[in-house]
Design a binder for this molecule. Structure first.
Ligand code: GLU
Length: 550
């Protein structure tokens, strides 16, 4: 068979050579040890939490080594493509702070190794496929689906392994005349690799996460170009990761099954293999047993859900880091205020089996992360979140930014900042009462407090209040109010002799809290009064008295 002639026959429109592309995309000039990684989503739906998990691995690996992190859109399967998904991914990754040095970024491509959308790379794939054909390493196959099915049935009947290989690969050694005739009849064809593998031999390889791997060589003549001239994942992966000079291919463990194909492809193409890094799938507990997070069943599969529910983006990333590296939590405890990017992320600390997604833990991390933010940052985040998901609260908040920031400053700073909320959606419930337009109190006082006593306290309080009091003086005043109506000024005193009092100073504070905030749980009452100011405080106490009196 004249392979050169065959290559020309099949791809007359391909005029560039593989050398042309090798020169166009030369090895990168990077410092020793710099790693080049990519995230390569297929725009077939929403952004899966697993993709974010992979992206953090890629991003940390590249940026901790002064390497390059890029985004490639794997959109060769137009049947499965969901319109707008690619742009959605780009914006989502940006929202999560994934800084791409190159790739398919908003507004087009950035970088010298593009195009970064596979749909724009068909000519490149065909050039390499043509070269493989010219070298006798690939060939066209004109089998119809029915013929492929017939082969499968025969294999099944004969108890042989399924697939297109060896003697079953009917077009493997077809005469060129037969190919010419099929082309003349305009029969569609795929291009297959002419496998030289032998399954009785083993391939050995070290995966950066899974460790040493060993598997039988591939012997399938798998498809490298589909009948529409575009490549399936395997071929595109080999060409792109080679030409884009990826050093570390981080991807889900579902690709382990076809790793023998990829190993053979890299060898056939004469490419140096990247380091493979197969990540374990994120799992969840379902009725006591572990299973993969499912796109269909689990809302947490969709990263957009976390945005909608107001999980701070940086907290989700921080949680992903705890899933990725077993020592992250210890590091965080030892470095509570350090930037998470200072953490020495490593493949070695990644688990071989899938980590469990734990919402409670994520929520704790959200509270920690938010408690470490300053009021300004919290304000900006809440404004951004409410702009999209709660416009009513957004309008209220942004009317007087300083007022909102004063509220958000309560309990911040110091070595033990308060952890009042973890999700942006909780902020309205937390601080809405500060705004008259949102203040709709139900005044649920603890049952042990008598109405007359509450009214007495609320009536008396403005007369003792002094705006210049510090927190201690303020509390002293509460004590005097307590004593004046038969409550203990001191809780210890009350505990020693509960029958001698109606209650204690804590009850007085609770009466004020409920009257001013409408709730039994609220930020510090002293801080609340300071922010509301004397007039508003007095109004609210009156309003509460009126409501009790009915
Ligand atoms: N497009 C592939 C996927 O979405 C990418 C796998 C890879 O990272 O190589 O699964």
């Amino acid at each position: 068979m004249d392979n050169l002639k065959l290559a020309e026959l099949l791809f007359p429109h391909i005029t560039k050579t593989t050398e042309y592309y090798e020169e166009k995309y030369p090895p990168r000039n990077l410092p020793e040890g710099a790693r080049v990684t990519r995230i390569a989503p297929s725009p077939t739906g929403y952004l899966h939490i697993g993709a974010l998990y992979g992206a953090v691995t890629d991003e940390r690996t590249a940026h901790l080594t002064n390497g390059v992190f890029y985004l490639r859109i794997e959109d060769t399967d137009s049947k499965r493509e969901v319109s707008g998904a690619a742009d959605l991914f780009i914006t989502m990754f940006e929202k999560y702070g994934m800084k791409f040095d190159e790739g398919a970024v908003s507004g087009g491509d950035k970088g010298d190794y593009g195009p970064y959308r596979q749909s724009e790379r068909t000519e490149i794939y065909q050039t390499f496929a043509k070269q493989l054909i010219a070298e006798g390493k690939a060939y066209p196959c004109f089998c119809t689906d029915t013929e492929i099915e017939k082969i499968r049935n025969e294999q099944e009947a004969a108890g042989e392994n399924p697939g297109y290989y060896g003697k079953w690969a009917v077009w493997r050694d077809a005469e060129i005349e037969k190919v010419e005739q099929a082309l003349a009849e305009k029969k569609p064809f795929v291009v297959r690799l002419r496998s030289t593998g032998d399954p009785s031999k083993r391939v050995k390889l070290t995966d950066a996460i899974k460790g040493d791997l060993e598997f039988p060589q591939n012997n399938q003549d798998f498809v490298i170009l589909k009948s529409d001239g575009t490549p399936p994942y395997h071929f595109a992966h080999a060409i792109d990761d080679h030409l884009m000079r990826t050093t570390h291919v981080v991807r889900g463990e579902e690709w382990l099954a076809t790793l023998p194909w990829h190993v053979e492809l890299f060898a056939a193409l004469g490419f140096k293999r990247p380091v493979f890094c197969h990540t374990a799938n994120i799992m969840k507990l379902d009725n006591g047993s572990k299973r993969k997070i499912s796109k269909r069943k689990d809302p947490e599969a969709d990263v957009a859900m976390f945005l909608r529910e107001g999980y701070p983006q940086s907290a989700l990333i921080e949680y992903v880091l705890t899933l990725l590296n077993s020592n992250f939590e210890d590091w965080r405890r030892a470095n509570p205020t350090a930037d998470k990017n200072e953490f020495p992320f490593s493949f070695k600390k990644m688990g071989v089996s899938g980590p469990l997604f734990d919402f409670e833990k994520l929520y704790d991390i959200c509270k920690d992360v938010v408690s470490r933010m300053d009021a300004e940052t919290v304000y900006e985040n809440v404004v951004a979140w409410t702009a999209e998901y709660d416009p009513e609260f957004n309008a209220v908040l942004t009317k007087d930014p300083q007022y909102a920031k004063d509220i958000l400053s309560i309990g911040r700073g110091g070595s033990k900042p308060r952890k009042d909320f973890g999700l942006w959606k909780e902020v309205r419930e937390y601080m809405g009462f500060f705004y008259n337009e949102l203040f709709a109190p139900e005044y649920c006082f603890p049952e042990n407090l008598a109405k007359e006593d509450i009214i007495a306290v609320l009536e008396k309080y403005p007369s003792v209040f002094d705006e210049n009091d510090d927190q201690q003086q303020w509390f002293e005043k509460l004590k005097t109010v307590a004593s004046s109506i038969g409550f203990a000024a001191d809780t210890k005193e009350y505990k020693k002799n509960p029958d001698a009092f109606k209650g204690h100073v804590g009850d007085i504070a609770m009466m004020l809290r409920v009257a001013l905030t409408g709730k039994q749980v609220s930020p510090d009452t002293f801080a609340v009064i300071r922010i509301l100011g004397k007039d508003e405080m007095t109004n609210r106490l009156k309003k509460c008295i009126d409501s009790i009196k009915g």
